[in-house]
Design a protein around this ligand. Structure first.
Ligand code: GUN
Length: 292
């Protein structure tokens, strides 16, 4: 059994992304920049955004947060996105989800021009991903594929079972694993016999958000288990902690590879966002247009 932590991979990725940022800064005379939009004050969203801004700062990427109260009118958020679409110093735009009711996530996300869609959540980007065309792919799905590649997990022909069908993780990951020639099953809240489906997986990815959801009866001996869940919990001594979907202690002995929570998929998501921002900046700088 090997624990697939993000830390060594991030260490390996740092020189390359730093060099790209340096080169971009030298050529364009400015840093790559990402604009982050938050509506309301969901504590998890606030923490995620702070993590993204800290990582950007460390790499030399500029970031700016636009925070709105929960009761903001949809038109105000849309107007901000339209302004950012046109702003030459901004390379990427991210709207942190979930958005509070009655805001329409899909409608708001689709106002971002695809060239600046660094989270990979617009209809155009997801359509490109579906077709297997080049795009800024959603960060968590990208991070998972990178982790698997780094561990030299042979994906071709393997059965990958994804639990969860969200637009952020499950669906884009299904496409990316298909492109890696996996056989893909997507299980969800209406699926029957989920444990049996999961036990057929060579690669099991859980993105449910329910602590302890994946128990040993879900896992085939020698499987690779990727835990995307992030839930807040309390350890027995009362201190707050973050836990994943997988009962790590019980499941780990069965696995070839397993990701920890925290320190597995989460940091990879942030790193792939940084990669997407640099990618978008380079593309726009090299003449790609951000029209609308
Ligand atoms: N909320 C939880 N994860 C994500 C993410 O990867 N992107 C966005 N935009 N919102 C999220």
């Amino acid at each position: 059994m090997r624990v697939l932590s993000a830390a060594p991979l991030l260490q390996d990725m740092l020189p390359e992304i730093s060099a790209r940022v340096q080169k971009f800064r030298a050529g364009s005379g400015r840093p790559p920049k990402v604009a982050l939009i938050r509506v309301g004050d969901d504590p998890a969203s606030t923490i995620y955004l702070k993590t993204k801004m800290n990582r950007a700062h460390k790499i030399g990427i500029d970031s700016e947060l636009f925070a709105y109260p929960e009761a903001v009118a949809e038109e105000e958020v849309v107007a901000r996105i339209q302004h950012l679409n046109q702003e030459p110093s901004v390379d990427g735009i991210l709207v942190q989800l979930p958005l509070p009711d009655p805001l329409s996530e899909k409608s708001i996300l689709d106002k971002i021009v695809p060239e600046k869609d660094v989270d990979g959540l617009t209809t155009v980007t997801q359509g490109r991903l579906f077709r297997g065309d080049a795009c800024l792919a959603p960060c968590t799905a990208q991070g998972i594929v990178r982790l698997l590649k780094t561990a030299h997990v042979n994906m071709a022909g393997k059965h990958a079972v994804i639990v969860g069908r969200s637009l952020i993780v499950g669906r884009p990951l299904a496409m990316m694993l298909l492109h890696e020639n996996c056989t893909v099953t997507v299980a969800h809240s209406q699926s029957r016999n989920v444990a049996t489906l999961c036990r057929g997986a060579d690669i099991l990815i859980s993105s449910v958000g329910s602590p302890g959801f994946v128990t040993p009866e879900f896992v085939k001996e020698g499987a690779t288990v990727i835990d995307v869940g992030i839930s807040r919990s309390c350890s027995p001594d009362g201190t707050k902690c973050v836990v994943g979907d997988v009962d790590f202690r019980a499941v780990a002995p069965l696995c070839e590879f397993i990701t920890p929570v925290p320190g597995g998929v989460g940091p990879m998501t942030v790193e792939c966002l940084m990669q997407n921002v640099v990618e978008a900046a380079e593309h726009l700088w090299n003449g790609g247009s951000a029209s609308e």
